[in-house]
Design a protein around this ligand. Sequence first.
Ligand code: AMP
Ligand code: ZN
Length: 284
Amino acid sequence: MSEIPGLVWYESGQSGLSGQLLDRHQAVDNLFLRLAAQWGAESVSFPPLISARELAKVAYFESFPQLFTAAAGLASDEENLRAFTSGKMLDDGALKLTSLAPVREILAPAACYPLYIANQNREMPERAIFTVRSNCFRREREYRPLQRQWAFTMREIVCIGSGSDVRDFLERTREILDRLFQKLSLDVKWEIATDPFFDPRNPQSLMQRVDPVKREMICDGLAIGSINYHRHHFGDAFSIRRGNESIESGCVAFGLERWLHVLISRHGTAYHRWPSFDTLGWPQ
Ligand code: AMP
Ligand code: ZN
């Protein structure tokens, strides 16, 4: 793809957006906000750091050790700070860190985790639908502008309720999205996927293969979003209850930069020629 006006690429795997490109990024998010509004979703936001102790409850670290970004800082004792400042602080652009303070937080790897954590030990008798947007961080083998970034933006719509509430939410959302793909002239195929577990012998990884829970929206070989059915996984881990049972949950996640990428690949950067988002109208 030739250069995209308004895109500044950082080799560390991040992008800066401005002008019309930034407007389009927000316009794509607005599409998902309208979808969320159709479901009566409550908008929530969370800070960018997530507790390692909480994520450990869903076996995050044994599942995805390759992905996470630790929020690390120096141990604050004077001796350590002096050791750092009196040494060569940078070596070929990399910080030469001395002792670290205990690392208790990581940068959010997905938007929906804090939602289950926030509802920990609660009784949730009614179906609840939320929407949350977050800057997310994942270490990847290599990075490409808009397509694979260390820092990217994820919008999610999350349903918490009974199994049938969640399955109905995921199924109807999938149908609405199919019509959206058509209206945007995007060639999207749904593929059953497994998360990129570090160790394929991991019990969760095995479970995903016998009982697929993740379907991805694949466009130009790229997952632009996913539909995830967690069953009781988060309800059990965080003790979110509905009567005698733990709740089920499911989420629909969109990578906003990847949507920009596939829309630009399909329709170019003369944005006035894009299908109008205003007139899309969500099918009932
Ligand atoms: P996942 O939780 O893995 O299903 O991720 C949700 C969505 O986030 C994916 O479908 C992608 O659209 C997007 N995404 C995941 N990883 C990256 C990345 N490294 N760079 C850009 N977008 C990503
Ligand atoms: Zn999610």
